[in-house]
Design a protein. Sequence first.
Length: 209
Amino acid sequence: MTIDLHCFGESGNAYKAALALELSGLDWRPVFVDFFGGETRSAAWRAAVNPMGEVPVMVDGDLRLTQSGVIQDYAVEKSGRLGGADPAERREIWRWVLWDNHKLSSQAGMTRFLMNFLPEDKRPQPVIDFAQARLRAAYAVLNAHLQGRDWLVGRSVTVADLSCCGYLYYPEPFGFDRAEWPEIDRWLTTLQSLDGWKHPYDLMPRSAA
Ligand SMILES: N[C@@H](CCC(=O)N[C@@H](CS)C(=O)NCC(=O)O)C(=O)O
């Protein structure tokens, strides 16, 4: 049975789940969510798809999962790929996935939204400055960890990598410049060279301008 992933191209959180499904070789398809048209805020969508009002949402037969990290974990369990081989590695993967959700992707997603998708006269500069400072601290942690490593955990790609890269390929500005962070840049290039890797805008349908 084909797995449905409710998503939209601009969502880095959905990208993490979509990339995990794609690289694990599972049969899946995107189901477009009109986030910018307000679909995730409607009572009908929340009742039918996700009461938390967020994408991504994965549906595999009777199973419905939300939260990109949980969907990634399911892709690992179902495919036997992209995961840690032993319990210590698995814990280390979760450590990076949780760190990413809290310190990197949540800040990057919000900052990119404020800087690009809000009307210009509604963009709150002090909030953007604050978030960008927190983001720089997160880039520094990631860059330092990647020194001397190809992957965040262990010796091959895992969902820890697919979580942390969630927002880092998007072209819209949010205060991330690959050239400033050489280890992150090298790691992103390695990820991009994996068989089956796709840019978020090639993996999921985009919203109308
Ligand atoms: N921790 C969640 C974050 C999901 C999330 O924030 N998704 C955004 C789109 S990128 C969303 O649907 N936001 C709706 C809202 O905040 O109203 C995950 O990793 O799945």
